[in-house]
Design a protein around this ligand. Structure first.
Ligand code: FRU
Length: 444
């Protein structure tokens, strides 16, 4: 494929062909980011879960690799799981000069699989024997492992229904012998948990731990090496829209916590499902407590061409500052001063046509204080939004990353559907600054 089909993401990863769901085994190893994923190579629907594989040096340009794990070849049910690089050979599984990639999968217990050829082929550890078992009748899946630097050991979380929805925590010094540590119960915990540390307000001496789940709900707390605790009684939602089963990369070169999720809605002629654009996660103090921020990784800029900027303009219902722009895949950043606005709504029509129609509308509602239907309060009298527009996906970031939306939109990329309208309803608003940037394809 040339990745040029209708609705095919140009700067979002999708499987070259077949079905994709959850990101798996996200790890930076041997100089590359590895993106494995739940994959059915035989059709466009969920079935016969394999682990697909792609690599990248910058999180933006991806190279499709052969299938990494295949049911029947690797033992076990190859459902979702995490991965680590065993640089210090704590597992003793290293046989080559490359650092081993060790991944975790299977259901109703956990099996270990490892690769000494940078993810091209995987062996099952001890014939796929479950290194963690669960009681009969208990359903469990989705093990995720990270390095606990303070305790110098690995920590695993997985979802199970033992005694109700919750996460089991295990620890290990060698990735193959695991010791039960604790269980954390919450009704909202279901599938694909992730547990990782983040510095609060960038201060590494104030580290918090985040427990998150498939639907991107999360709580911020502490982890003492055994038990996760939090004083947050209700989880927050990290991302609204079509976003599920995200994982964070382990062992990134700069220590960044990079997250990618699954967007299920997009189906083309040869593939189904996309990855969300990778983001750097941060943690900031707010009056309501610590909250996650999401910021698209900076290497997106490598696709950017010919930025156009507008400053201090009045936006009205009828004018359109962007009337000269025609674009297929792009990014818009815009800041509006809402202190004296008379507009009821302001924002953008995306992939607009001359007959007045558009494929998607992104408006800020000044009375409801919502952007695209989701709460967004002005900050210092300003509303700032960043839109990433790809052929099958729309992602919106605002409020310094505290607000994020991932959506599936089948944008029409034909030449007469590439307009952008910047407009208001019910009055005018001051545009402080806006930048439009065309984004080139990341494929090929
Ligand atoms: C989440 C999920 C996981 C499971 C995988 C199977 O989307 O249901 O819990 O491991 O998909 O493909």
């Amino acid at each position: 494929t040339t990745y040029s089909e209708p609705f095919r993401g140009q700067f979002h990863f999708s499987s070259q062909s077949g079905w994709m769901n959850d990101p798996n085994g996200l790890v930076y190893a041997n100089g590359e980011y590895h993106f494995f994923y739940q994959h059915n190579p035989h059709g466009l629907a969920w079935d016969t879960m394999h682990w697909g594989h792609a690599t990248s040096t910058d999180l933006v340009h991806w190279t499709q690799k052969p299938i990494a794990m295949e049911p029947g070849v690797q033992p076990g049910t190859l459902f979702s799981g995490g991965g680590v690089v065993d640089r210090d050979n704590t597992s003793g599984l290293k046989t080559d000069s490359l650092d081993p990639i060790v991944v975790f999968s299977n259901t109703d217990g956990v099996s270990v699989y490892y690769s000494n050829d940078n993810g091209q082929s995987f062996q099952a550890y001890d014939k796929g024997r479950k290194v963690v078992t669960v009681p009969d009748g208990v359903t469990s899946r989705d093990p995720k492992v990270t390095w606990d630097a303070a305790r110098h050991r690995w920590v695993m979380v997985f979802w199970s229904d033992e005694g109700g929805n919750g996460v089991s925590v295990y620890t290990s010094t060698n990735l193959t012998d695991w010791t039960f540590a604790s269980r954390y119960h919450a009704p909202w915990l279901f599938e694909c948990p992730d547990l990782f540390p983040l510095p609060l307000d960038g201060d590494t001496s104030r580290q918090k731990w985040i427990l998150t789940t498939a639907s991107s709900q999360y709580v911020v707390g502490d982890f003492d090496g055994t038990t996760f605790t939090t004083d947050q009684s209700t989880p927050q939602t990290m991302v609204n829209g079509d976003f599920y089963a995200a994982e964070t990369f382990t062992d990134t070169p700069d220590g960044a916590t990079v997250q990618m999720g699954w967007q299920r809605g997009n189906q083309g002629s040869t593939w189904t499902g996309d990855a969300s654009f990778p983001v750097d996660l941060g943690l900031v103090s707010t009056p309501d407590g610590p909250r996650i921020t999401r910021t698209p990784v900076s290497s997106l800029a490598s696709l950017a061409t010919s930025p156009q900027t507008w400053t201090n303009e009045k936006v009205t219902a009828s004018g359109n500052l962007l009337s000269g722009v025609q674009a297929d895949t792009y990014e818009i950043t815009a800041q509006f001063d809402v202190k004296n606005t008379t507009a009821k709504q302001f924002g953008f029509d995306l992939h607009a046509r001359s007959d007045g129609s558009a494929d998607r509308t992104v408006l800020y509602d000044t009375a409801a204080q919502t952007l695209y239907g989701h709460p967004l309060k002005p900050r210092n009298g300003k509303v700032t939004m960043r839109l990433l527009v790809d052929r099958g996906q729309l992602e919106i970031f605002a409020d310094d990353g505290l607000y994020s939306v991932a959506d599936t939109v089948n944008f029409d990329s034909s030449a007469d559907s590439q307009g952008i309208r910047l407009y208001t309803t019910g009055g005018s608003v001051k545009l402080t600054t806006a930048t439009f940037t065309r984004l080139n394809t990341s494929w090929g």
